[in-house]
Design a binder for this molecule. Sequence first.
Ligand code: ASP
Length: 345
Amino acid sequence: MKRVNSVLLIFTGGTISMTPDPKTGALRPADFETFEKFMPELRELGIEISGIPLLPLVDSSDIIPEVWYRIALTIQENYEKFDGFVVLHGTDTMSYSASALSFMLSGLTKPVIFTGSQIPIGVLRTDAKENLITAIEIAGAKKGEKAIVPEVCIFFEDKLYRANRTTKQTSEHFSAFESYNYPALAEAGVHIKYFHSNIYQPDSECTLRVRTKTDRNIAILKIFPGITEQTVCGVLNISGLKAIVLETFGAGNAPRGDWFYQALKKATEKGIIIVNKSQCSTGTVEMGLYETSLNLLNAGVIGGYDITTEALVAKLMYLLGENGDIEKVKKLMAQSLCGEMTVTP
Ligand code: ASP
């Protein structure tokens, strides 16, 4: 007899689980029981579903790396019992958390699908039910003994994306996420259509390894025309700083002023890792294409290719947490570890 597939829902909060505060009317996470009353219809899916709330449920603006560890450890503890996992999470920082999980869970052979909603589950026009039902179907989908999507992903509205390629693109429309530099892994219409060639296929023999150490001593420096030396040096001299996401123009370009070059060079010589991330959503960083990025190369800045800021933040925190050796972190920053960027020659 065919075994029924099983999926574990891990609740962290977000709009999907929110109700209005009776006094202020502002949305805040409800208790788990309020959410659970919407569960019975999910049982019609023919998938065995269980749920674990990570209390307290939070608005995802309050998510901190400790919540990432708790998600990772919950998956590890339940890995053998379930065919797949759905993480319910607020949309605001979902791309950061889902990216972090893609680094923390190595050797993954089962789906971990993040989803949420733009309207709470109890509201008539909610997008929660469709998102949740399809995310559960994808998390439980198998071909023979193998999971169809053995990756950390985000499912939202009608698209399944590799988590570490996503960005929240709208707070208005139901299609909250976009993956600008990597195609969708699946599309849900009348049927769920999987694009197998876009999906990572791990060796089915690999075993899950969960790594949960992170280091938060990083910063994002977004440059703009007219940025002052005081601002740049203020960020580069933050005490304890280990790495910077440098958000540059176009294909990775920055002002050519000598003070800028000297400030970056001094920082990299002190061992601060600086990664060049373009402010453009699509395209890749090409260090040395223009004179305005040659200086960065000479100052010891590393190119981030087409990675998202969300994945870059998660990758830096994860690599710095796991490695004391700065040279090793720099080497790994230039490699794609789990499909988070396209490394071009
Ligand atoms: N503020 C909410 C959150 O990120 C927004 C949402 O879930 O859509 O938790």
